[in-house]
Every structure is written in C-alpha cells, then in structure tokens.
Design a protein around this ligand. Structure first.
Ligand code: ADP
Ligand code: ADP
Length: 227
C-alpha cells in the first residue's frame, strides 16, 4: 500500500485556441508511507503539474494515479496541498482558519477549537490562536497553513514551493520546522522546489525533472544523517 503510485502518467495542457503543451509524459513514481520526496528541477518542467494531478485538482491525460489503493480522481483532505503563499481568510482568526475544513465536515465549534489548538501546538503557534493572519509574519502564516493541513489528518502533504516567498534565514528555520512536523505526523511529503540546497536538506529521495517531458531521474542522497 504505497502513499502515491503513478503509472505512465502524462499531462498535455490544451489551453483554448493556443497550441497544446505536453508537460508530462510516462511518469512512473512510487512514494512510501512517511517518505519525504522532493521534486527538483528548473521552472516550467512540470513539477507543479504533477503535484496538482496527485492532489486530484487536475486530470491526467494519460496513465493512472493511486493513493493508498484509491484511484485519485478528485481532491481529498487526505492529500492536502500547500502553496507558495497559501491564502488564509483575513477575516477569520488563526484558529478559525486552521479548523475551517472541519466546519465543512459539520464539527461543532468546541470540537473545531480543540483540533485547531492541537494542530497549532504542533507548529508552535498556540499563542497566536486568536490573532488575524495580517498580524503574522510570512513564515508564521506558512506555519498556520501547515497547521490547517495537519488538522485534516492528511496521509500525504503536497507542498508547492511553500517557502519560496520567505527570506533565506526564515526558510532555513522553516525547513527544520517542517522536518519535525513531518516526523510526528506519519504523513508522506511531496515537496516542490528549484533550490538544490533545499532538496538535499529535506529529502529522503530527490526526483529530478528535466525540461524534456518524460525525463525524470531519482536520486537517493547517500546516508545523509538527519540533523
Ligand atoms: P514547474 O512547476 O516545474 O515550474 P509547471 O508544472 O507549473 O512547471 O508547468 C509545466 C508546463 O505546463 C509549463 O510550460 C506551463 O506553462 C504549463 N502549464 C502549467 N499549468 C498550466 C495550465 N493551467 N494551463 C496550461 N498550461 C499550463
Ligand atoms: P510555478 O510557480 O509552480 O511554476 P506558475 O507560475 O508556472 O507556477 O503557474 C502559476 C499558475 O498558473 C498555476 O495555477 C498554473 O497551473 C497556471 N499556469 C501556468 N502556466 C500556464 C499557462 N501556460 N496557461 C495557463 N495557466 C498556466
């Protein structure tokens, strides 16, 4: 039961009248439970596209994707996606943002608050529960985004350059933070970046994308001791 299985996955974008664009071809990929996999490669080589397909936000034009034996066809809270600048609702408090997905599931306010408190504890932001997003720094907002994902108990965390908007020092701290959260969560992480240093710092396995569709290579860092 792998966390993610891609078999012969392809994606050709067909954007209205403009020329069809083949972003991915023949991708085979297996991600183990609790594995940390980084997608590395230059801009425009299809990393985000593959992440969106695995999220179920876009449909592959070839091949199939499974997650824990379920065919991926639609988005699911089990596969939470975090973007470069994840939007939080500015009119809601931090804890209300974190628990927003649970209100759709029909949880009571007290239940939601308890789940949000626990998730915010895990990202070290319990003290900021009652604040609004615009009172937080960029790094703190991305930690809230991680807490919001964790509140849904995802099996797979999909992260599309989540720290790209942060300064270098904050990014290094966020990498340490993410590794701590990931170890406790039991989730698999698929993390997109174009920074090789970030890939090496985080990954169990780096999947390198090249500009030619269908060309991906997997690199396993040799016994990198975790800090
Ligand atoms: P990366 O994440 O590696 O920068 P993307 O997956 O964003 O690459 O993009 C891969 C290719 O697919 C690019 O040529 C991009 O322009 C194209 N593409 C991405 N999203 C869309 C879309 N929604 N419609 C049409 N083309 C797209
Ligand atoms: P990334 O920073 O991940 O490479 P982009 O900046 O390429 O992403 O794309 C941002 C958004 O625009 C994504 O939702 C992507 O699907 C969409 N997009 C990218 N390229 C195109 C395109 N050629 N036509 C339409 N939408 C696109």
């Amino acid at each position: 039961k792998d966390a993610v299985v891609c078999r012969n996955v392809g994606k050709t974008w067909s954007a209205g009248t403009s020329r069809a664009h083949e972003a991915l071809r023949g991708i085979d990929l297996d991600v183990k439970p609790n594995e940390f996999v980084v997608f590395l490669g230059p801009s425009g080589c299809g990393k985000s596209t593959l992440l969106y397909l695995i999220a179920g936000l876009e449909e592959a034009t070839g091949g199939s994707i499974w997650s824990f034996s379920d065919k991926v066809e639609t988005p699911s809270p089990e596969r939470s996606l975090i973007f470069q600048e994840t939007s939080l609702f500015p009119w809601l408090t931090v804890w209300e943002n974190v628990s927003f997905g649970l209100s759709i599931r029909g949880a009571s306010r007290a239940e939601r608050r308890a789940v949000a408190e626990e998730a915010l504890q895990r990202v070290g932001l319990k003290a900021a529960m009652e604040k609004r997003p615009d009172e937080l720094s960029g790094g703190m907002r991305q930690r809230v985004a991680v807490a919001r994902a964790l509140a849904m108990r995802p099996k797979v965390l999909l992260m599309d350059e989540p720290f790209a908007a942060l300064d270098v020092q904050t990014r290094a701290r966020m990498q340490d933070f993410l590794l701590d959260v990931w170890r406790d969560s039991g989730a698999s992480v698929l993390f997109v970046t174009h920074h090789i240093d970030e890939a090496v710092a985080l990954a169990d396995r780096v999947v390198v994308f090249t500009a030619r569709p269908g060309r991906i290579k997997t690199i396993v860092p040799v016994d990198l001791p975790r800090p």
